[in-house]
Design a protein around this ligand. Structure first.
Ligand code: 13P
Length: 249
């Protein structure tokens, strides 16, 4: 993982309640004291629970963020949440272009890159998600698909690229219990790393996401270009989230 500080990030998706979150946030907080490595820890929670995360994590080492952001700064966009609003609630992070938003909400790569640029302007760190579907992979198009998703992000330039995070999340590995093998993940991470380097960004962190669990995390983190994890299901229990964090050596 070279000089890049490992980042362990939970994506709660549309899960949680005030009562359940209180238990989960307290559990994560309490557990960080026992972690020996020094990964950076973060949770991306539903918008309505940002205030709760802020209250629960304010004086902890754990940072928090949101799962999406409007591409617009402000205005007549009913139902949207701006980057400035997220910053108002102490967010450090925002996911941009998660595969569920690409697939279910029609977000294209140009929009995703524009959201990332807006998030940076609002003082947030975007975590831009890319990844191929199973049919893309079986057709041998992984590199091409991920490259196309990345292109408008690369066009933001070296300064932006040095301030954001990329998450490689193969769609076929998300929520399926079928993680990419460390070698499959590393292969794509190396391609992303090379693209970033060609655009002048050599220290950008690249997370892997897709069925990361405590028992497969160490092998993934042992790969040269895997700088941490974006975790769905296993981030909903303090024990498994912390178990993944503990796998960072
Ligand atoms: P799972 O860890 O549940 O496979 O989800 C991965 C993901 O989509 C994180 O953003």
């Amino acid at each position: 993982m070279a000089m890049r500080r490992p980042l362990i990030m939970g994506n709660w998706k549309m899960h949680g309640s005030l009562a359940d979150n209180a238990v989960l946030l307290a559990g994560i907080r309490d557990g960080t004291a026992r972690l020996r490595g020094q990964p950076e820890l973060a949770v991306c929670v539903p918008f309505v629970y940002l205030a709760q995360a802020q209250m629960a994590l304010a004086d902890s080492v754990i940072s928090w963020g949101a799962q999406d952001v409007s591409v617009h700064e402000k205005g007549a966009y009913t139902g949207e949440i701006s980057g400035a609003m997220l910053a108002d609630f102490g967010c450090r992070w925002v996911l941009c272009g998660h595969s569920e938003r690409r697939a279910l909400h029609g977000e294209g790569s140009a929009l995703v890159a524009a959201k990332a640029a807006g998030a940076l302007a609002a003082g947030l760190t975007p975590v831009v998600c890319v990844g191929e579907t199973l049919s893309d992979r079986e057709a041998g198009e992984t590199e091409c698909v991920v490259g196309d998703q990345l292109d408008p992000v690369l066009a933001l330039g070296a300064d932006a690229l040095s301030r954001l995070v990329i998450a490689y999340e193969p769609v076929w590995a998300i929520g399926t219990g079928r993680s990419a093998t460390p070698e499959q993940a590393q292969e794509v991470h190396a391609l992303i790393r090379a693209s970033l380097a060609r655009h002048g960004a050599s220290a950008t962190r690249i997370l892997y996401g897709g069925s990361v669990k405590p028992d497969n995390a160490a092998a993934l983190f042992a790969q040269d270009d895997i700088d941490g994890a974006l975790i769905g299901g296993a981030s909903l229990q303090a024990d498994s989230f912390l178990g993944i964090a503990a796998a960072v050596s």
